[in-house]
Design a protein around this ligand. Structure first.
Ligand code: ZN
Length: 182
C-alpha cells in the first residue's frame, strides 16, 4: 500500500498521528504476514479509509473510525488479512459458515500483542490485565456486554494467558493451522 492510500483524510487535522500510525501499520503488517509462513495467502491491504466503522473487507479495504486511533483497533483489522484464508478457519467454517467466534478473538489477541509492543497501550491492554486476575464467574456475571466479551474478549484472554510474547502467539497460531492442514 502507498502512503497516499492510508488514512488520507487525517492529513488536514492530524498529520503527526497519521505518520505515527503509518509506521505502526507497516510494523504490524510485517508481524501479521510472518504468521502466514507462505503456507496460505495473506490478503494484502490496499487502502485504509476513515469512516465511522472499524471493518475489514476481503478486497483489501479497511475502514477505520478516527476515534479508535486512540486504541489499537487497526491492529485487529490487520490480522483479518492473515486469517481470512487460514486453513483452520476454512476447516472450521465447513461446520459453521462465517462464524465470527473463530476469528474475532484471534484478531483481539493480535491487537493486545501489537499494543504492548508498538503502542498505544490503551484500554484493551488494561482490560485484559484486569481480566487476568478474575475468575470465570466474575468475568461472566460481571460482564456489561456478554455477546461482545464472549466473541472478542474472553477467548482472546486464553491466548494471552497461554502466550507471554508475540512470538509464542505466532507459534500457537501456526500450530493451529498445521493441524488443520493435515
Ligand atoms: Zn474483526
Amino acid at each position: 500500500m502507498e502512503f497516499e492510500d492510508f488514512l488520507q483524510g487525517l492529513s488536514s487535522t492530524n498529520s503527526v498521528l497519521r505518520h505515527q500510525w503509518w509506521v505502526r501499520f507497516q510494523d504490524a503488517e510485517t508481524c501479521a504476514k510472518s504468521c502466514v509462513e507462505d503456507k496460505w495467502e495473506f490478503v494484502d491491504i490496499t487502502s485504509v479509509i476513515l469512516t465511522h466503522n472499524n471493518l475489514w473487507h476481503s478486497d483489501g479495504t479497511v475502514e477505520i473510525d478516527p476515534g479508535s486511533l486512540e486504541s489499537g483497533s487497526l491492529y485487529h483489522e490487520i490480522f483479518h488479512s492473515a486469517l481470512h484464508k487460514a486453513p483452520f478457519k476454512i476447516k472450521a467454517e465447513e461446520n459453521k459458515p462465517n462464524y465470527e467466534l473463530y476469528v474475532e478473538c484471534l484478531c483481539n489477541a493480535f491487537q493486545y500483542f501489537m499494543e504492548t509492543s508498538l503502542g498505544p497501550s490503551g484500554g484493551w491492554v488494561a482490560r485484559l490485565e484486569d481480566w487476568r486476575l478474575k475468575t470465570w464467574g466474575e468475568l461472566i456475571y460481571g460482564s456489561g456486554d456478554l455477546p461482545w466479551d464472549m466473541t472478542y474478549g474472553l477467548p482472546a484472554l486464553e491466548f494471552i494467558k497461554a502466550c507471554s510474547r508475540f512470538e509464542e502467539f505466532k507459534r500457537m497460531f501456526q500450530a493451529m493451522n498445521a493441524k488443520s492442514s493435515s
